[in-house]
Design a protein around this ligand. Structure first.
Ligand code: SF4
Length: 447
């Protein structure tokens, strides 16, 4: 058996791709090892969204030089967005690397590793390829929750983003392949799926005949044994009335939406090429809250985009207050080579980005805490997925609106089950609750 060690950086899409690679190679007599020192093959699945993420990978590759010196037969591979973006330049900067391959080549990972062994020199495979639905998964304990990629790529061309270059144009998997994958997961014990796509709410328009995300959600909803459906990432530009109705009407679709705003300033949004204004975004939120009052919203925000003035930044803070996000992922702008924003005038100094980031975190923490407190006294359904990190005697799970809840299961609920929990206390990063016999109201469950 050949031993494989996988290191995954970045987003959920990368986690999903790493699972595919593990599953494919296990079928070819590889076995997973948690220890890089035991491995015959080490694969790094990389992210290129920020410079820091890339530097982390090069630093790891530097560390692997010692391992390779002790074991010259060790194969080191780099896959994912950074592989697609930097291609052969990775081998030039880090000669420890034997294999570089992009996501279109994942289905051929076994063959590429064989080629490295046969050629005795680095292999770089980063061309375009057909979209293939790979159902392979690593043999492991049955999982309650799983990611399912429904589409790849993006055609939005936001001026700060490398994704259109790393993941290519939008390509959707046919509904039949997705349904088969979800049915397989449910048969193995999965209760919640998260549908993944860079612009997941553009799903299906490239298919023949065309379809859309609401139609896919309806079909997945019919799968017996599945409890919850999430999807991410939605672009405000593609948030349709039909999708809002789907969130309201399809029982298994949760009341939670990740809707990246990126900036609260119309000037900055225009320079980002986001395709919406703050007014349009607020209209969408109003429509969503009107249809699904309990919906929880999370977002991505970039601080220090080129030319961002104090007034632009204040407009972002004002949007956080006004929308009332449950969760915010804030990022300091990181210029990515080859993107229009990297060459824009008025790049913001690092200390200004740091100061704005700290202020933004203060506001988002306060707003999220207020949202949490609204759940105190409510009874919510919790999908129990483990034990509490701080107290192994307690259960832990998530609400439909994606909040972590810790509570005493009293031996009446166990991992994998849904339990009704009355929220007694909102803490900074989680909720505490007590087991309830039945729902007294319908927080996070407005259907
Ligand atoms: S929509 Fe998202 S993935 Fe597509 S270019 Fe914009 S930020 Fe990147």
């Amino acid at each position: 058996m050949t031993k494989l060690h996988l290191i995954t950086y970045g987003c959920q899409m990368n986690e999903y791709d790493s699972e595919r690679v593990a599953g494919l190679l296990q079928a070819q007599r590889y076995e997973l090892t948690e220890h890089e020192s035991d491995a015959d093959v080490i694969l790094l699945n990389t992210c290129a969204i920020r410079e820091k993420a890339e530097e982390k990978v090069f630093s790891k590759l530097g560390q692997l030089r010692g391992l390779k010196a002790r074991n010259p037969r060790l194969i080191v591979g780099v896959m994912g967005c950074m592989a697609q973006l930097q291609q052969a330049a990775i081998v030039k900067r880090a000669p420890v690397v034997d294999l570089v391959f992009g996501s279109p080549a994942i289905a051929r990972v076994g063959e590429l590793l064989d080629r490295v062994r046969a050629d005795g020199r680095a292999v770089v495979e980063t061309g375009e390829g057909p979209l293939v639905k790979i159902a392979a998964r690593p043999r492991s304990e049955p999982r309650l929750k799983a990611f399912v990629t429904v589409m790849e790529g993006c055609e939005k061309h936001c001026t700060f983003c490398v994704v259109p270059r790393t993941r290519g144009r939008e390509r959707s998997h046919p509904p039949g392949a997705i349904l088969a994958e979800v049915r397989g997961l449910v048969a193995e014990g999965c209760r919640e799926v998260t549908l993944l796509g860079q612009t997941v709410n553009a799903y299906g328009r490239d298919l023949t005949p065309p379809t859309d995300l609401p139609a896919l959600l309806e079909q997945i909803d019919e799968i017996d044994g599945l409890e919850r459906i999430r999807f991410t990432t939605s672009n405000p530009y593609n948030l349709t009335r039909r999708l809002i109705r789907a969130i309201r009407d399809i029982p298994k679709v949760v009341e939670y939406l990740h809707l990246p705003l990126q900036s609260g300033s119309n000037d900055v949004l225009a320079r980002m090429n986001r395709g919406y204004t703050r007014e349009r975004y607020l209209d969408l939120v109003a429509e969503l809250r009107d249809a699904v009052p309990a919906v929880a919203l999370s977002t991505d925000l970039i601080v220090g985009f080129p030319g961002e003035t104090e007034a632009d930044f204040e407009a972002t803070l004002a949007m956080v207050e006004r929308v009332g996000y449950d969760n915010v992922f804030a990022f300091r702008f990181s210029p990515r080579p080859g993107t229009p924003a990297a060459d824009m005038a008025d790049q913001i100094p690092a200390e200004v980005k740091a100061r704005r980031n700290t202020r933004l975190l203060d506001v988002t923490t306060r707003v999220a805490a207020a949202r949490s407190r609204r759940l105190e006294g409510r009874t919510v359904d919790v999908l129990v997925d483990g034990t509490s990190k701080k107290n192994g005697g307690e259960l832990s799970g998530r609400t439909r609106c994606n909040r972590v809840v810790n509570f005493d299961g009293q031996g009446r609920v166990s991992i994998g089950q849904l339990g009704w929990v009355r929220i007694t206390e909102a803490l900074p990063h989680s909720l505490r609750g007590t087991l309830a016999s039945q729902p007294e109201d319908a927080a996070c469950l407005s259907k």
